[in-house]
Design a protein around this ligand. Structure first.
Ligand code: TYC
Length: 114
């Protein structure tokens, strides 16, 4: 945020207030990035092992976590694979769908703002 302080300053005058000095101060303002959930959707055809493999390879889960998430998606219809900034979430969605297509599975994945 830029703050402009306008007032009587070091303008070399006699203090009668006829001149102004502008001081620009830059205050660091850190913005937290928005976060996005990557969601995995259930279908009737993608093998469970393939979903577990994706969750390990793309979403960095261990076998137990990946199995739990896969089963959650299988039972509830949707599950969270992870939470990321926009670009990372988008690239994981693309990677997942591309890999599923390459292996001829209909697995679907999407993202949603937290
Ligand atoms: N429902 C699939 C089956 O019975 C397994 C599956 C789980 C598919 C999770 C997709 O995101 C998914 N083979």
């Amino acid at each position: 945020m830029n703050m402009r302080i306008i007032g009587q300053g070091n303008d070399g005058d006699d203090g009668t207030g006829t001149g102004t000095t502008t001081i620009t101060r830059t205050k660091e303002k850190t913005q937290k990035p928005s976060l996005y959930k990557v969601l995995m959707l259930n279908d009737d055809y993608t093998p469970m092992e393939f979903v577990v493999h994706i969750l390990e390879a793309i979403f960095g889960m261990n076998q137990e976590e990946a199995t739990n998430v896969m089963l959650m998606v299988h039972q509830k219809g949707v599950g969270v694979c992870g939470v990321y900034t926009y670009e990372i979430a988008e690239s994981k969605v693309t990677e997942t769908i591309d890999y599923a297509i390459k292996n001829e599975h209909p697995l679907q994945c999407t993202m949603e703002k937290e």
